[in-house]
Ligand binder design. Structure first.
Ligand code: DHB
Ligand code: FE
Length: 281
């Protein structure tokens, strides 16, 4: 059966992509942020997963506010990186894993999750940035991807508990996938930020550091919070963090944190990362 080799969480701030494209990664502003990802990239190069399941939200690029699916899964052969206005990026297309995607969709429906199924999909910074942070800038991506998109941009967003339950279903789908493939799960978004309204510019580094420290060993704390709690503690866009719960829910009860990193502010955002492995694996 297929096997989960790790769960990773990371911010997906779009200015990270711009910093890479403009060669700013070694500047004083950005180096402390990028240096924190070096061990995670080495971990990924060592583990070489066959498939990366990436949980992220579209930001009005593939879908706009006229059509916002609460949950969507890509089943395409490949996914084109969207140009978000800074020009086309030197990022290769992401090869899909349609067989596993369809198995995942089927397992979801069997377990009462009913996603929008995308045969064609362009992916924005929600997926581009995490892939670059963990895999670098390869000429071709070494892992095939399965995009899971969650609405975190227009209320009502799903509950944290629902994200956890989706993680349990993802775990089931991997455990029942009759191949020897290895899977890394990337939960993306956050950390604290708010880009709009009277609290625009809000970040909460203390809560971010607690999240990074606790998401491995004490996910119950975050699973039991309400959506409103997320907005209050992490900001209206920091509520993207609910997507890390899909990753954490898919992992075993006992995990250990192999790498973690926190830096703020990156752009207007608390930015960070964890790499988790199942402890019994
Ligand atoms: C920004 C956008 C994001 O989608 C995010 O997750 C963090 C920051 C931004 O525009 O600064
Ligand atoms: Fe985002």
């Amino acid at each position: 059966m297929a096997k989960i080799i790790g769960g990773l969480g990371t911010s997906h701030v779009p200015s990270i992509a711009v910093a890479i494209d403009k060669g700013l990664a070694d500047t004083a502003d950005w180096k402390p942020f990028f240096d924190g990802y070096i061990p995670a990239r080495a971990w990924m190069a060592d583990k070489k997963p066959d498939i990366a399941v990436v949980i992220f939200n579209d930001h009005g690029n593939a879908f706009f506010l006229d059509q916002v699916p609460t949950l969507a899964v890509g089943v395409a052969d490949s996914y084109r990186p969207i140009d978000e206005g800074w020009g086309p990026r030197a990022v290769p297309d992401f090869p899909g894993a349609p067989e596993f995607s369809w198995h995942l969709v089927d397992t979801m429906v069997e377990n009462h999750f009913d996603p929008l199924v995308c045969r064609e999909l362009e992916v924005d910074h929600g997926m581009q940035v995490p892939m670059e942070l963990f895999f670098g800038r390869p000429e071709a991506w070494p892992a095939r991807v399965v995009p899971i998109l969650v609405n975190t941009i227009q209320f009502p967003i799903p509950t944290p508990q629902r994200m956890w339950d989706l993680g349990l279903v993802l775990r089931k789908a991997i455990a029942s996938w009759d191949t020897e493939e290895t899977v890394a799960i990337l939960g993306t978004g956050g950390l604290s930020h708010q880009l709009q309204g009277s609290r625009a510019g809000f970040i909460n580094p203390e809560a971010d550091r607690a999240w990074i420290a606790e998401i491995g060993d004490n996910p119950e704390k975050y699973r039991n919070m309400t959506r409103e709690d997320y907005v209050e503690v992490f900001g209206s866009e920091g509520a993207e963090l609910i997507m890390w719960l899909v990753m954490r829910g898919a992992m075993d009860e006992k995990v250990h944190t192999v790498h973690s990193h926190y830096y703020s502010p990156a752009s207007m955002t608390g930015a960070g990362m964890v790499v988790l492995e199942n402890s019994e694996a």
